[in-house]
Design a protein around this ligand. Sequence first.
Ligand code: 5GP
Ligand code: ZN
Length: 145
Amino acid sequence: MTDCIFCKIINGEIPSAKVYEDDLVYAFLDISQTTPGHTLLVPKEHVQDIFDYSPTLAGDVLSRLPKIAKGLDKAFPDMLGLNILNNNREAAYQTVFHSHWHLIPRYGEKDGFGLTFTNHMDDVSKEQLASLADQITQGISEVTE
Ligand code: 5GP
Ligand code: ZN
């Protein structure tokens, strides 16, 4: 795609700190370096977000995640953990609309990255959970690939 910053990075039109490349994916350092080693893994094919993935593309991209994750773990002996994050659409904080997977090495609670999961366990009944599960199962049954 001509006007996509990540396509330009993949094509070498914009410089990047590349850490891995093969015929299907490209991985490079996120310019923001939320934590040291913050890396982005992207499919070379321009897809906007997860809703554009075929099962084959998902396999191609996700199968590379363990390699990059293990590489980070080896590269940074002080790394305590790793968050892998994929934002889809603006409401979910996506700002670059060429799908990408963040790998964010973690070095401790105050390392610059935070994530909050609010616990609504006490507010949701078993019936509501069953109804939500039915709704999602129905949605999945309507997916064609
Ligand atoms: P999103 O918010 O869409 O999940 O993440 C987009 C990420 O792309 C951000 O973390 C941002 O720092 C990174 N980014 C945006 N422009 C560039 C760029 O030109 N080069 C690199 N290396 N990263 C970028
Ligand atoms: Zn693109």
